[in-house]
Design a protein around this ligand. Sequence first.
Ligand SMILES: *[C@@H]1O[C@H](CO)[C@@H](O)[C@H](O)[C@H]1NC(C)=O
Ligand SMILES: *[C@@H]1O[C@H](CO)[C@@H](O)[C@H](O)[C@H]1NC(C)=O
Ligand SMILES: *[C@@H]1O[C@H](CO)[C@@H](O)[C@H](O)[C@H]1NC(C)=O
Ligand SMILES: [Cu+2]
Length: 154
Amino acid sequence: MEARRSSAALVSVAAAAAAVALLLVLAAEPSRAERFVVGDAARWTWGYNYTDWVIRKGPFFQNDTLVFMYDPPNATVHAHSVYLMRTAADYQSCNLKAAKLVASVTQGAGSGFEFVLRKRKQHYFVCGERGGIHCTMGQMKFVVKPKSSACRDD
Ligand SMILES: *[C@@H]1O[C@H](CO)[C@@H](O)[C@H](O)[C@H]1NC(C)=O
Ligand SMILES: *[C@@H]1O[C@H](CO)[C@@H](O)[C@H](O)[C@H]1NC(C)=O
Ligand SMILES: *[C@@H]1O[C@H](CO)[C@@H](O)[C@H](O)[C@H]1NC(C)=O
Ligand SMILES: [Cu+2]
């Protein structure tokens, strides 16, 4: 009776130790970066509220990947693209003069264009088509500032 109880105790101690070891392995895992399709099923398109999408999907962490998916233009499909704005002011006003091209109108095809959030800075993403009209009228813009991966707590 006494012996059985202590061996049951040993088993539960061993189980607890195994659980702790597993947690340590998970915590030490260096890369837990996630992959997000921008806009989910809507993808990268005119009129979708990407600011709202960022609020629902965030927070984002360093080394997470954003995937921009959009069809290349043809007679019926409008072109989209991906630019990074350099300043908050340019982002607000959708001024593309100093913007940096990230993905051309054809690069969103197939499995999409992948952008890894390597830097912990503000990323001002916009669509650069129609001289900024996709950014202003089309709402094709969002800001992401990835957090340090060390802060990931889920
Ligand atoms: C888009 O979503 C944001 C955040 O939820 C909200 O503040 C904003 O008013 C929305 N924009 C439009 C045009 O609905
Ligand atoms: C991000 O990924 C790069 C390349 O894989 C790696 O060198 C770096 O340590 C990673 N940074 C973080 C914070 O995970
Ligand atoms: C245009 O591209 C779309 C999506 O790739 C495709 O479904 C459609 O058939 C194409 N239309 C023409 C006219 O090529
Ligand atoms: Cu666009």
